[in-house]
Design a protein around this ligand. Structure first.
Ligand SMILES: Cc1cc2nc3c(=O)[nH]c(=O)nc-3n(C[C@H](O)[C@H](O)[C@H](O)COP(=O)(O)OP(=O)(O)OC[C@H]3O[C@@H](n4cnc5c(N)ncnc54)[C@H](O)[C@@H]3O)c2cc1C
Length: 490
Protein backbone atom coordinates (compact mmCIF):
# COMPACT_ATOMS: atom_id res chain seq x y z
CA UNK A 1 0.00 0.00 0.00
CA UNK A 2 1.45 3.38 -1.04
CA UNK A 3 -0.92 6.00 0.33
CA UNK A 4 -4.04 6.38 2.43
CA UNK A 5 -7.49 7.78 1.76
CA UNK A 6 -7.18 7.97 -1.98
CA UNK A 7 -10.39 8.24 -4.04
CA UNK A 8 -10.35 6.19 -7.21
CA UNK A 9 -12.44 7.43 -10.16
CA UNK A 10 -13.14 4.76 -12.73
CA UNK A 11 -14.06 6.45 -16.03
CA UNK A 12 -16.26 4.53 -18.46
CA UNK A 13 -18.83 6.15 -20.81
CA UNK A 14 -18.33 9.53 -19.10
CA UNK A 15 -15.15 10.81 -20.75
CA UNK A 16 -15.38 14.43 -19.63
CA UNK A 17 -14.41 16.59 -16.68
CA UNK A 18 -17.35 19.05 -16.78
CA UNK A 19 -20.63 17.94 -15.22
CA UNK A 20 -19.11 14.62 -14.28
CA UNK A 21 -20.76 13.53 -11.00
CA UNK A 22 -18.19 10.78 -10.34
CA UNK A 23 -15.21 13.10 -10.71
CA UNK A 24 -17.03 15.87 -8.86
CA UNK A 25 -17.79 13.53 -5.96
CA UNK A 26 -14.17 12.38 -5.79
CA UNK A 27 -12.68 15.88 -5.86
CA UNK A 28 -15.19 17.13 -3.28
CA UNK A 29 -13.98 14.52 -0.79
CA UNK A 30 -10.69 16.37 -0.59
CA UNK A 31 -8.50 13.25 -0.71
CA UNK A 32 -5.98 12.66 -3.51
CA UNK A 33 -7.69 11.40 -6.65
CA UNK A 34 -6.58 8.60 -8.95
CA UNK A 35 -8.33 8.40 -12.34
CA UNK A 36 -8.34 5.19 -14.36
CA UNK A 37 -9.89 3.81 -17.55
CA UNK A 38 -10.00 0.05 -18.12
CA UNK A 39 -10.15 -1.21 -21.69
CA UNK A 40 -12.00 -4.40 -20.93
CA UNK A 41 -12.67 -7.05 -23.56
CA UNK A 42 -12.58 -9.86 -21.02
CA UNK A 43 -15.51 -9.46 -18.64
CA UNK A 44 -18.11 -12.03 -19.71
CA UNK A 45 -20.82 -10.89 -22.10
CA UNK A 46 -19.40 -7.43 -22.88
CA UNK A 47 -19.97 -6.57 -26.53
CA UNK A 48 -16.70 -5.49 -28.15
CA UNK A 49 -16.80 -2.01 -29.68
CA UNK A 50 -17.03 -1.77 -33.45
CA UNK A 51 -14.15 -0.35 -35.51
CA UNK A 52 -15.48 3.21 -35.81
CA UNK A 53 -16.28 3.44 -32.10
CA UNK A 54 -12.82 2.11 -31.22
CA UNK A 55 -11.32 4.86 -33.34
CA UNK A 56 -13.47 7.39 -31.50
CA UNK A 57 -12.51 6.01 -28.10
CA UNK A 58 -8.77 6.51 -28.77
CA UNK A 59 -9.25 10.23 -29.43
CA UNK A 60 -11.62 10.62 -26.55
CA UNK A 61 -9.20 9.03 -24.08
CA UNK A 62 -6.36 11.25 -25.28
CA UNK A 63 -8.51 14.33 -24.83
CA UNK A 64 -9.64 13.26 -21.35
CA UNK A 65 -6.06 12.53 -20.27
CA UNK A 66 -4.98 16.00 -21.44
CA UNK A 67 -7.91 17.68 -19.67
CA UNK A 68 -7.14 15.87 -16.42
CA UNK A 69 -3.46 16.79 -16.70
CA UNK A 70 -4.45 20.40 -17.26
CA UNK A 71 -6.09 20.31 -13.83
CA UNK A 72 -3.20 18.62 -12.08
CA UNK A 73 -4.53 15.06 -12.43
CA UNK A 74 -3.85 12.24 -14.90
CA UNK A 75 -5.56 9.27 -16.53
CA UNK A 76 -4.04 5.83 -16.08
CA UNK A 77 -5.00 3.39 -18.76
CA UNK A 78 -5.29 -0.33 -18.05
CA UNK A 79 -6.20 -3.28 -20.20
CA UNK A 80 -7.92 -6.46 -19.05
CA UNK A 81 -10.72 -7.78 -16.88
CA UNK A 82 -12.08 -4.88 -14.83
CA UNK A 83 -13.40 -7.33 -12.23
CA UNK A 84 -9.81 -8.16 -11.27
CA UNK A 85 -8.11 -4.87 -12.09
CA UNK A 86 -10.29 -2.33 -10.28
CA UNK A 87 -10.19 -4.00 -6.83
CA UNK A 88 -6.47 -4.67 -7.23
CA UNK A 89 -5.64 -1.07 -8.11
CA UNK A 90 -7.93 0.24 -5.36
CA UNK A 91 -6.18 -1.94 -2.79
CA UNK A 92 -2.66 -1.13 -3.89
CA UNK A 93 -3.35 2.58 -4.22
CA UNK A 94 -4.76 2.71 -0.70
CA UNK A 95 -8.15 3.84 -1.89
CA UNK A 96 -10.83 4.26 0.71
CA UNK A 97 -13.47 4.95 -1.91
CA UNK A 98 -14.11 4.07 -5.56
CA UNK A 99 -16.70 5.94 -7.62
CA UNK A 100 -18.00 5.46 -11.16
CA UNK A 101 -20.88 6.42 -13.45
CA UNK A 102 -23.54 3.79 -14.02
CA UNK A 103 -23.97 1.72 -17.18
CA UNK A 104 -27.17 -0.04 -18.19
CA UNK A 105 -26.30 -3.22 -20.12
CA UNK A 106 -26.68 -6.49 -18.26
CA UNK A 107 -23.08 -7.61 -18.68
CA UNK A 108 -21.81 -4.21 -17.56
CA UNK A 109 -24.09 -4.23 -14.54
CA UNK A 110 -23.03 -7.77 -13.62
CA UNK A 111 -19.36 -6.74 -13.77
CA UNK A 112 -20.07 -3.64 -11.68
CA UNK A 113 -21.97 -5.63 -9.06
CA UNK A 114 -19.08 -8.09 -8.76
CA UNK A 115 -16.58 -5.25 -8.40
CA UNK A 116 -18.69 -3.46 -5.83
CA UNK A 117 -18.94 -6.66 -3.77
CA UNK A 118 -15.18 -7.29 -3.99
CA UNK A 119 -14.38 -3.73 -2.94
CA UNK A 120 -16.78 -3.76 -0.03
CA UNK A 121 -15.48 -7.13 1.13
CA UNK A 122 -12.04 -5.48 1.26
CA UNK A 123 -13.37 -2.58 3.35
CA UNK A 124 -13.39 -0.10 0.45
CA UNK A 125 -16.43 2.05 -0.09
CA UNK A 126 -17.87 1.85 -3.62
CA UNK A 127 -20.50 4.09 -5.12
CA UNK A 128 -22.05 4.54 -8.53
CA UNK A 129 -23.72 7.70 -9.80
CA UNK A 130 -25.92 8.67 -12.73
CA UNK A 131 -24.14 10.77 -15.29
CA UNK A 132 -25.50 9.32 -18.55
CA UNK A 133 -29.23 9.98 -18.36
CA UNK A 134 -31.72 12.61 -17.26
CA UNK A 135 -33.63 9.97 -15.31
CA UNK A 136 -32.62 6.55 -14.10
CA UNK A 137 -34.84 3.99 -15.86
CA UNK A 138 -36.27 2.65 -12.62
CA UNK A 139 -37.52 6.08 -11.57
CA UNK A 140 -40.03 6.51 -14.42
CA UNK A 141 -43.28 4.54 -14.50
CA UNK A 142 -47.00 4.88 -15.03
CA UNK A 143 -49.21 6.29 -12.27
CA UNK A 144 -49.94 2.68 -11.36
CA UNK A 145 -46.23 2.02 -11.04
CA UNK A 146 -46.07 -0.06 -14.24
CA UNK A 147 -43.22 0.17 -16.77
CA UNK A 148 -44.18 2.22 -19.84
CA UNK A 149 -44.02 0.73 -23.31
CA UNK A 150 -44.99 3.72 -25.43
CA UNK A 151 -42.84 6.81 -25.92
CA UNK A 152 -45.43 9.58 -25.43
CA UNK A 153 -46.64 8.51 -21.98
CA UNK A 154 -43.04 7.69 -21.05
CA UNK A 155 -41.91 11.18 -22.01
CA UNK A 156 -44.84 12.77 -20.23
CA UNK A 157 -43.96 10.89 -17.05
CA UNK A 158 -40.28 11.82 -17.43
CA UNK A 159 -41.08 15.50 -17.93
CA UNK A 160 -43.37 15.45 -14.89
CA UNK A 161 -40.32 14.69 -12.76
CA UNK A 162 -39.25 18.29 -13.25
CA UNK A 163 -36.33 20.09 -14.80
CA UNK A 164 -33.02 18.19 -14.77
CA UNK A 165 -30.41 19.41 -12.30
CA UNK A 166 -28.12 22.12 -13.60
CA UNK A 167 -24.70 20.85 -14.72
CA UNK A 168 -21.96 20.53 -12.12
CA UNK A 169 -18.90 22.77 -12.44
CA UNK A 170 -15.57 21.59 -13.80
CA UNK A 171 -13.15 20.96 -10.91
CA UNK A 172 -10.69 23.85 -10.75
CA UNK A 173 -7.87 21.65 -9.48
CA UNK A 174 -7.29 17.93 -9.05
CA UNK A 175 -5.05 16.74 -6.26
CA UNK A 176 -3.51 13.73 -7.99
CA UNK A 177 -2.74 10.56 -6.08
CA UNK A 178 0.46 8.70 -6.91
CA UNK A 179 0.22 5.53 -8.96
CA UNK A 180 1.42 2.53 -6.93
CA UNK A 181 4.92 1.76 -8.20
CA UNK A 182 4.43 -1.99 -7.83
CA UNK A 183 1.66 -1.85 -10.47
CA UNK A 184 3.73 -0.06 -13.09
CA UNK A 185 3.61 -3.07 -15.38
CA UNK A 186 -0.20 -2.78 -15.59
CA UNK A 187 -0.18 0.70 -17.14
CA UNK A 188 -0.47 0.99 -20.87
CA UNK A 189 -0.46 3.70 -23.50
CA UNK A 190 -3.44 4.51 -25.74
CA UNK A 191 -1.41 3.63 -28.83
CA UNK A 192 -0.82 0.08 -27.63
CA UNK A 193 -4.55 -0.75 -27.50
CA UNK A 194 -4.78 -1.02 -31.30
CA UNK A 195 -7.87 1.16 -31.41
CA UNK A 196 -6.94 3.14 -34.51
CA UNK A 197 -6.40 1.65 -37.96
CA UNK A 198 -2.95 1.78 -39.57
CA UNK A 199 -2.60 -0.43 -42.61
CA UNK A 200 -4.94 0.35 -44.22
CA UNK A 201 -5.81 3.62 -42.50
CA UNK A 202 -9.54 3.89 -43.24
CA UNK A 203 -10.21 6.67 -40.75
CA UNK A 204 -9.40 9.66 -43.00
CA UNK A 205 -13.05 10.57 -43.60
CA UNK A 206 -13.76 10.41 -39.88
CA UNK A 207 -10.75 12.53 -38.96
CA UNK A 208 -11.92 15.18 -41.43
CA UNK A 209 -15.41 15.22 -39.93
CA UNK A 210 -14.92 15.08 -36.17
CA UNK A 211 -13.03 16.56 -33.26
CA UNK A 212 -13.14 13.84 -30.65
CA UNK A 213 -13.17 14.82 -26.98
CA UNK A 214 -14.88 17.23 -24.65
CA UNK A 215 -13.73 20.46 -26.31
CA UNK A 216 -15.04 19.28 -29.68
CA UNK A 217 -18.32 18.27 -28.05
CA UNK A 218 -18.76 21.63 -26.39
CA UNK A 219 -17.98 23.47 -29.59
CA UNK A 220 -20.58 21.40 -31.48
CA UNK A 221 -23.18 22.06 -28.83
CA UNK A 222 -22.55 25.80 -28.86
CA UNK A 223 -22.61 25.96 -32.65
CA UNK A 224 -25.83 24.01 -32.76
CA UNK A 225 -27.78 25.97 -30.17
CA UNK A 226 -26.63 29.32 -31.58
CA UNK A 227 -26.86 28.70 -35.30
CA UNK A 228 -28.68 25.50 -36.22
CA UNK A 229 -31.35 24.95 -33.58
CA UNK A 230 -33.56 27.62 -35.20
CA UNK A 231 -35.67 25.66 -37.66
CA UNK A 232 -34.80 22.26 -36.11
CA UNK A 233 -38.44 21.15 -35.81
CA UNK A 234 -38.74 21.05 -39.60
CA UNK A 235 -35.14 21.06 -40.76
CA UNK A 236 -34.12 17.98 -38.76
CA UNK A 237 -35.48 15.82 -41.57
CA UNK A 238 -33.22 17.31 -44.24
CA UNK A 239 -29.97 15.37 -44.69
CA UNK A 240 -28.73 17.92 -47.24
CA UNK A 241 -28.67 20.70 -44.61
CA UNK A 242 -26.62 21.10 -41.40
CA UNK A 243 -29.87 20.85 -39.50
CA UNK A 244 -29.09 18.55 -36.58
CA UNK A 245 -26.56 18.80 -33.78
CA UNK A 246 -24.28 15.83 -34.64
CA UNK A 247 -23.78 15.43 -30.91
CA UNK A 248 -24.52 11.69 -30.93
CA UNK A 249 -20.96 10.31 -30.71
CA UNK A 250 -20.08 12.89 -28.07
CA UNK A 251 -23.12 11.82 -26.04
CA UNK A 252 -22.34 8.15 -26.66
CA UNK A 253 -18.93 8.45 -25.01
CA UNK A 254 -20.09 10.95 -22.43
CA UNK A 255 -17.86 13.75 -23.68
CA UNK A 256 -20.79 16.00 -23.03
CA UNK A 257 -23.65 15.33 -20.68
CA UNK A 258 -27.30 15.14 -21.52
CA UNK A 259 -27.95 17.80 -18.88
CA UNK A 260 -25.48 20.16 -20.55
CA UNK A 261 -27.33 19.69 -23.86
CA UNK A 262 -30.70 20.17 -22.20
CA UNK A 263 -29.80 23.37 -20.37
CA UNK A 264 -27.76 24.85 -23.24
CA UNK A 265 -30.75 24.56 -25.57
CA UNK A 266 -33.13 26.24 -23.13
CA UNK A 267 -30.65 28.91 -22.16
CA UNK A 268 -29.75 29.85 -25.73
CA UNK A 269 -33.40 30.40 -26.51
CA UNK A 270 -34.16 32.29 -23.29
CA UNK A 271 -31.16 34.60 -23.71
CA UNK A 272 -31.96 35.35 -27.34
CA UNK A 273 -28.64 33.84 -28.50
CA UNK A 274 -30.70 31.48 -30.62
CA UNK A 275 -33.59 32.41 -32.88
CA UNK A 276 -35.10 28.98 -32.24
CA UNK A 277 -38.83 28.81 -31.67
CA UNK A 278 -40.41 27.06 -28.70
CA UNK A 279 -41.30 24.21 -31.08
CA UNK A 280 -37.67 23.89 -32.21
CA UNK A 281 -36.42 23.60 -28.63
CA UNK A 282 -39.21 21.26 -27.61
CA UNK A 283 -38.49 18.99 -30.57
CA UNK A 284 -34.78 18.90 -29.75
CA UNK A 285 -35.48 18.03 -26.09
CA UNK A 286 -37.89 15.34 -27.27
CA UNK A 287 -35.14 13.76 -29.37
CA UNK A 288 -33.01 13.63 -26.25
CA UNK A 289 -36.07 11.92 -24.81
CA UNK A 290 -35.86 9.17 -27.44
CA UNK A 291 -32.34 8.48 -26.23
CA UNK A 292 -33.67 8.24 -22.69
CA UNK A 293 -36.49 5.96 -23.81
CA UNK A 294 -33.98 3.67 -25.56
CA UNK A 295 -32.08 3.26 -22.30
CA UNK A 296 -35.36 2.70 -20.50
CA UNK A 297 -36.11 -0.17 -22.89
CA UNK A 298 -32.59 -1.58 -22.67
CA UNK A 299 -32.75 -1.61 -18.91
CA UNK A 300 -35.81 -3.88 -18.85
CA UNK A 301 -34.87 -5.81 -22.03
CA UNK A 302 -31.20 -6.69 -21.73
CA UNK A 303 -31.27 -8.64 -25.01
CA UNK A 304 -32.57 -5.68 -27.01
CA UNK A 305 -29.87 -6.06 -29.70
CA UNK A 306 -30.48 -9.78 -30.12
CA UNK A 307 -34.11 -10.66 -29.44
CA UNK A 308 -37.32 -9.31 -30.87
CA UNK A 309 -38.99 -7.16 -28.25
CA UNK A 310 -42.29 -8.49 -29.60
CA UNK A 311 -41.76 -12.23 -29.52
CA UNK A 312 -44.20 -13.20 -32.24
CA UNK A 313 -41.65 -11.91 -34.75
CA UNK A 314 -39.34 -14.76 -33.74
CA UNK A 315 -41.15 -16.76 -36.43
CA UNK A 316 -40.59 -14.19 -39.20
CA UNK A 317 -39.18 -15.79 -42.37
CA UNK A 318 -36.13 -13.56 -42.89
CA UNK A 319 -34.25 -14.16 -46.13
CA UNK A 320 -30.59 -15.10 -46.22
CA UNK A 321 -29.25 -12.91 -48.99
CA UNK A 322 -25.52 -12.21 -48.63
CA UNK A 323 -25.22 -10.46 -52.01
CA UNK A 324 -28.05 -8.05 -51.24
CA UNK A 325 -26.65 -7.42 -47.77
CA UNK A 326 -23.26 -6.62 -49.27
CA UNK A 327 -24.78 -4.29 -51.87
CA UNK A 328 -26.58 -2.47 -49.05
CA UNK A 329 -23.43 -2.23 -46.93
CA UNK A 330 -21.38 -0.87 -49.82
CA UNK A 331 -24.01 1.63 -50.99
CA UNK A 332 -24.71 -0.15 -54.28
CA UNK A 333 -28.44 -0.92 -54.13
CA UNK A 334 -29.36 1.28 -57.09
CA UNK A 335 -31.55 3.51 -54.90
CA UNK A 336 -29.63 6.80 -54.62
CA UNK A 337 -30.87 7.94 -51.19
CA UNK A 338 -30.07 4.51 -49.70
CA UNK A 339 -26.65 4.42 -51.32
CA UNK A 340 -25.84 7.99 -50.26
CA UNK A 341 -26.64 7.13 -46.64
CA UNK A 342 -24.61 3.94 -46.60
CA UNK A 343 -21.63 5.71 -48.15
CA UNK A 344 -21.88 8.61 -45.71
CA UNK A 345 -21.84 6.05 -42.91
CA UNK A 346 -18.81 4.23 -44.25
CA UNK A 347 -16.84 7.42 -44.87
CA UNK A 348 -17.67 9.44 -41.75
CA UNK A 349 -19.02 6.96 -39.20
CA UNK A 350 -22.33 8.81 -39.01
CA UNK A 351 -25.58 9.02 -40.92
CA UNK A 352 -28.49 11.44 -40.72
CA UNK A 353 -31.48 10.13 -38.74
CA UNK A 354 -33.98 10.37 -41.60
CA UNK A 355 -31.61 8.41 -43.81
CA UNK A 356 -30.96 5.85 -41.07
CA UNK A 357 -34.70 5.15 -41.10
CA UNK A 358 -34.78 4.88 -44.90
CA UNK A 359 -31.80 2.52 -45.17
CA UNK A 360 -32.99 0.39 -42.26
CA UNK A 361 -36.46 0.09 -43.74
CA UNK A 362 -34.93 -0.83 -47.10
CA UNK A 363 -32.85 -3.65 -45.62
CA UNK A 364 -35.66 -5.04 -43.51
CA UNK A 365 -38.68 -4.54 -45.75
CA UNK A 366 -37.38 -4.38 -49.32
CA UNK A 367 -34.75 -7.07 -48.84
CA UNK A 368 -36.38 -8.97 -45.94
CA UNK A 369 -32.98 -9.25 -44.26
CA UNK A 370 -33.08 -9.78 -40.49
CA UNK A 371 -32.83 -6.41 -38.70
CA UNK A 372 -30.02 -7.85 -36.57
CA UNK A 373 -27.70 -7.92 -39.62
CA UNK A 374 -28.32 -4.19 -40.02
CA UNK A 375 -27.85 -3.52 -36.32
CA UNK A 376 -24.50 -5.34 -36.47
CA UNK A 377 -23.32 -3.33 -39.48
CA UNK A 378 -24.26 -0.08 -37.77
CA UNK A 379 -22.53 -1.30 -34.61
CA UNK A 380 -19.35 -1.86 -36.61
CA UNK A 381 -19.40 1.38 -38.60
CA UNK A 382 -21.08 4.09 -36.49
CA UNK A 383 -18.96 6.36 -34.31
CA UNK A 384 -22.07 6.79 -32.17
CA UNK A 385 -22.88 3.03 -32.04
CA UNK A 386 -24.92 2.93 -28.88
CA UNK A 387 -26.05 -0.15 -26.98
CA UNK A 388 -29.51 1.31 -26.38
CA UNK A 389 -30.32 3.67 -29.26
CA UNK A 390 -29.03 1.40 -32.01
CA UNK A 391 -30.94 -1.69 -30.92
CA UNK A 392 -34.12 0.20 -30.02
CA UNK A 393 -34.11 2.10 -33.33
CA UNK A 394 -33.58 -1.02 -35.43
CA UNK A 395 -36.44 -2.72 -33.65
CA UNK A 396 -38.56 0.40 -34.10
CA UNK A 397 -38.04 0.38 -37.87
CA UNK A 398 -38.54 -3.39 -38.08
CA UNK A 399 -41.83 -3.08 -36.25
CA UNK A 400 -40.63 -5.62 -33.71
CA UNK A 401 -39.95 -3.11 -30.95
CA UNK A 402 -41.81 -1.06 -28.36
CA UNK A 403 -43.98 1.73 -29.78
CA UNK A 404 -42.74 0.76 -33.24
CA UNK A 405 -43.49 1.89 -36.73
CA UNK A 406 -46.40 -0.30 -37.87
CA UNK A 407 -45.40 -3.13 -40.20
CA UNK A 408 -47.31 -1.60 -43.12
CA UNK A 409 -45.19 1.57 -43.01
CA UNK A 410 -42.71 0.81 -45.76
CA UNK A 411 -40.62 3.76 -46.79
CA UNK A 412 -40.62 4.39 -50.52
CA UNK A 413 -36.97 5.31 -51.14
CA UNK A 414 -37.86 7.38 -54.20
CA UNK A 415 -40.49 9.50 -52.48
CA UNK A 416 -38.36 9.83 -49.35
CA UNK A 417 -35.44 11.04 -51.47
CA UNK A 418 -37.57 13.53 -53.37
CA UNK A 419 -39.16 14.85 -50.21
CA UNK A 420 -36.16 15.15 -47.93
CA UNK A 421 -33.37 15.76 -50.44
CA UNK A 422 -35.40 17.88 -52.87
CA UNK A 423 -32.42 19.62 -54.49
CA UNK A 424 -30.33 16.45 -54.56
CA UNK A 425 -27.45 17.98 -52.62
CA UNK A 426 -27.12 14.96 -50.35
CA UNK A 427 -27.19 12.35 -53.10
CA UNK A 428 -24.81 14.34 -55.29
CA UNK A 429 -22.32 14.60 -52.43
CA UNK A 430 -22.22 10.89 -51.65
CA UNK A 431 -23.06 9.39 -55.06
CA UNK A 432 -20.99 11.63 -57.29
CA UNK A 433 -21.45 9.37 -60.32
CA UNK A 434 -25.04 10.72 -60.47
CA UNK A 435 -24.03 14.37 -59.98
CA UNK A 436 -25.16 15.47 -63.45
CA UNK A 437 -28.53 13.71 -63.44
CA UNK A 438 -31.30 16.34 -63.23
CA UNK A 439 -33.22 16.72 -59.97
CA UNK A 440 -36.45 15.33 -61.38
CA UNK A 441 -34.79 11.96 -62.09
CA UNK A 442 -32.00 11.90 -59.50
CA UNK A 443 -33.86 9.66 -57.06
CA UNK A 444 -35.00 7.23 -59.80
CA UNK A 445 -32.26 7.28 -62.45
CA UNK A 446 -33.43 3.99 -64.00
CA UNK A 447 -36.52 5.79 -65.29
CA UNK A 448 -34.42 8.31 -67.23
CA UNK A 449 -34.13 7.98 -71.01
CA UNK A 450 -30.79 6.49 -72.06
CA UNK A 451 -29.65 9.60 -74.01
CA UNK A 452 -30.27 11.75 -70.95
CA UNK A 453 -28.25 9.37 -68.78
CA UNK A 454 -25.48 9.29 -71.37
CA UNK A 455 -25.40 13.08 -71.43
CA UNK A 456 -25.03 12.95 -67.63
CA UNK A 457 -22.17 10.46 -67.98
CA UNK A 458 -24.13 7.59 -66.39
CA UNK A 459 -24.25 4.02 -67.63
CA UNK A 460 -26.59 2.06 -65.42
CA UNK A 461 -25.23 -1.35 -64.53
CA UNK A 462 -21.69 -0.06 -65.00
CA UNK A 463 -20.81 3.11 -63.13
CA UNK A 464 -23.99 2.92 -61.03
CA UNK A 465 -26.12 -0.18 -60.38
CA UNK A 466 -29.68 -0.79 -61.49
CA UNK A 467 -32.04 -1.29 -58.52
CA UNK A 468 -31.30 -4.63 -56.86
CA UNK A 469 -34.99 -5.07 -56.14
CA UNK A 470 -38.09 -3.56 -57.70
CA UNK A 471 -39.92 -1.30 -55.26
CA UNK A 472 -43.56 -2.31 -55.85
CA UNK A 473 -42.79 -6.02 -55.86
CA UNK A 474 -40.68 -5.68 -52.69
CA UNK A 475 -43.40 -3.69 -50.97
CA UNK A 476 -46.10 -6.24 -51.74
CA UNK A 477 -43.83 -9.10 -50.71
CA UNK A 478 -43.04 -7.46 -47.37
CA UNK A 479 -46.67 -6.63 -46.66
CA UNK A 480 -47.67 -10.21 -47.35
CA UNK A 481 -44.94 -11.60 -45.10
CA UNK A 482 -45.69 -9.25 -42.21
CA UNK A 483 -49.45 -9.64 -42.57
CA UNK A 484 -49.18 -13.43 -42.52
CA UNK A 485 -47.29 -13.25 -39.27
CA UNK A 486 -49.08 -10.43 -37.52
CA UNK A 487 -52.78 -10.62 -38.27
CA UNK A 488 -53.44 -9.07 -34.87
CA UNK A 489 -51.72 -5.89 -35.94
CA UNK A 490 -53.29 -5.52 -39.40
C1 LIG B 1 -31.70 2.33 -37.53
C2 LIG B 1 -31.25 3.41 -36.59
C3 LIG B 1 -30.11 3.21 -35.81
C4 LIG B 1 -29.69 4.20 -34.91
N1 LIG B 1 -28.55 3.97 -34.16
C5 LIG B 1 -28.15 4.92 -33.27
C6 LIG B 1 -26.98 4.72 -32.49
O1 LIG B 1 -26.31 3.67 -32.55
N2 LIG B 1 -26.59 5.71 -31.65
C7 LIG B 1 -27.31 6.88 -31.53
O2 LIG B 1 -26.89 7.76 -30.75
N3 LIG B 1 -28.43 7.08 -32.24
C8 LIG B 1 -28.88 6.14 -33.11
N4 LIG B 1 -30.00 6.36 -33.85
C9 LIG B 1 -30.83 7.55 -33.55
C10 LIG B 1 -30.51 8.80 -34.39
O3 LIG B 1 -30.45 8.47 -35.75
C11 LIG B 1 -29.21 9.49 -34.00
O4 LIG B 1 -29.17 9.68 -32.60
C12 LIG B 1 -29.09 10.86 -34.67
O5 LIG B 1 -29.12 10.71 -36.06
C13 LIG B 1 -27.80 11.50 -34.25
O6 LIG B 1 -27.62 12.70 -34.95
P1 LIG B 1 -27.63 14.08 -34.19
O7 LIG B 1 -26.72 14.02 -33.01
O8 LIG B 1 -27.38 15.14 -35.18
O9 LIG B 1 -29.14 14.15 -33.67
P2 LIG B 1 -30.03 15.37 -33.20
O10 LIG B 1 -31.22 15.40 -34.08
O11 LIG B 1 -29.25 16.61 -33.08
O12 LIG B 1 -30.54 14.88 -31.77
C14 LIG B 1 -29.82 15.18 -30.55
C15 LIG B 1 -29.51 13.90 -29.81
O13 LIG B 1 -30.71 13.23 -29.45
C16 LIG B 1 -30.52 11.82 -29.51
N5 LIG B 1 -31.43 11.28 -30.53
C17 LIG B 1 -31.95 11.91 -31.60
N6 LIG B 1 -32.79 11.11 -32.27
C18 LIG B 1 -32.80 9.93 -31.60
C19 LIG B 1 -33.48 8.69 -31.78
N7 LIG B 1 -34.35 8.51 -32.78
N8 LIG B 1 -33.23 7.68 -30.92
C20 LIG B 1 -32.37 7.84 -29.88
N9 LIG B 1 -31.71 9.00 -29.65
C21 LIG B 1 -31.92 10.02 -30.49
C22 LIG B 1 -29.07 11.59 -29.91
O14 LIG B 1 -28.31 11.42 -28.74
C23 LIG B 1 -28.72 12.89 -30.62
O15 LIG B 1 -27.35 13.17 -30.60
C24 LIG B 1 -30.44 5.39 -34.78
C25 LIG B 1 -31.57 5.59 -35.57
C26 LIG B 1 -31.97 4.61 -36.47
C27 LIG B 1 -33.20 4.84 -37.29
Amino acid sequence: MTASHVTLVWFRDDLRIADNPALHDAVSRGAPVLCIYVFDEESPGLRPLGGAARWWLAGSLRALRDSLRGKGGDLVLLRGDARALVPRVARQAGASHVVWSRRYGTAEQAADAAIKAALRAGGIEASSVNSHLLNEPWTVSSKAGEPLKVFTPYWRAALAKGSPDVPLPTPSQINAAAWPADLDDLRCEIGTLGLEPHAPDWAGGMRAEWTRGEAGARERLERFVRHNMAGYAEGRNRPDLPSTSKLSPHLRFGEISIRQCWHAALQAQASGESAASAADVETFLKELGWREFSYYLLHSNPDLARRNYTRRFDAFPWRENPDALKAWQRGRTGYPIVDAGMRELYATGWMHNRVRMIVASFLIKHLLVDWRRGEEWFWATLVDADPASNAASWQWVAGTGADSAPFFRIFNPIIQGEKFDPDGGYVRRWVPELARVPNSLLHKPWTAPTPLLEAAGVRLGQCYPRPIVEHEMARDRALAAFRALAPAAS
